[in-house]
Design a protein around this ligand. Structure first.
Ligand SMILES: Cc1cc2nc3c(=O)[nH]c(=O)nc-3n(C[C@H](O)[C@H](O)[C@H](O)COP(=O)(O)O)c2cc1C
Length: 205
């Protein structure tokens, strides 16, 4: 069983990395494989709504998004970490997730999702909500912790002093490992939930 972890910070050794590292240690103890991808320092453009992905099965821009797609398809859980910028997730990460989720045709049902956010002081729960919406619009159960998944610090490494934030990360990882393992068992015993043909309506019809 494998967890894909995305660091949406441009700082490979910043506070988001600390939070993800705390989780990765727990995943290793739980016997889960992890792969960490540093994405927040990459040049990732936004979606242009060309909808070519609906024909190609991949994004028309052949960059990190298409590189990540098979890793996302193969994983059992996805952890997304971001610094908070103006009470939002890093725009680079949002561009990547928007294109990744929109352009990939495979079924994401029952891959477990978790998001974590790092900030000096404010805007954490708004960024947390923003990230969780990628999971909840895709049939992905969201792992939770003892508190909203946030850690505090400004300069790289400061989050190491946030004992509650670190504990929140460890609890989150343990809960996520349990969910991933339970879903694997449930899939064998019961199969995935039945899927209806999607209905697409808008407010005029
Ligand atoms: C452009 C920018 C905007 C920021 N906006 C916020 C903010 O809205 N709230 C906050 O508490 N910290 C804010 N910060 C501070 C970062 O969230 C904080 O330094 C965080 O620890 C960075 O995580 P990292 O070390 O993983 O990059 C901002 C930093 C930058 C560079």
């Amino acid at each position: 069983m494998k967890i894909l972890m995305l660091n949406g910070s441009p700082r490979a050794n910043g506070n988001t990395a600390l939070a993800l590292g705390e989780m990765a240690e727990v995943f290793a103890r739980e016997g889960l494989e992890t792969e960490l991808m540093q994405v927040g320092n990459r040049d990732i453009r936004g979606c242009i709504a060309c909808r070519r992905c609906k024909v190609l099965g991949r994004c028309v821009f052949d960059d990190l998004v298409n590189e990540l797609a098979p890793k996302f398809q193969a994983c059992d859980g996805l952890v997304v970490g971001s610094p908070v910028y103006y009470a939002s997730a890093n725009a680079t990460l949002v561009a990547l997730l928007t294109r990744l989720f929109y352009s990939t045709p495979f079924d994401k049902t029952m891959k477990v999702g978790a998001s974590v956010v790092a900030a000096r002081r404010g805007g954490l729960s708004a960024a947390f909500d923003e990230l969780n919406k990628f999971f909840t619009g895709s049939g992905m159960p969201v792992a939770s912790s003892q508190y909203w998944n946030s850690i505090h610090g400004e300069l790289p490494g400061e989050a190491a002093q946030d004992a509650e934030g670190l504990q929140t990360m460890r609890t989150l990882a343990r809960n996520m490992a349990f969910l991933v393992k339970s879903i694997a068992l449930g899939r064998e015993t019961y199969g995935l939930p039945e899927r209806e043909e999607p209905q697409r309506t808008n407010f005029i019809r």
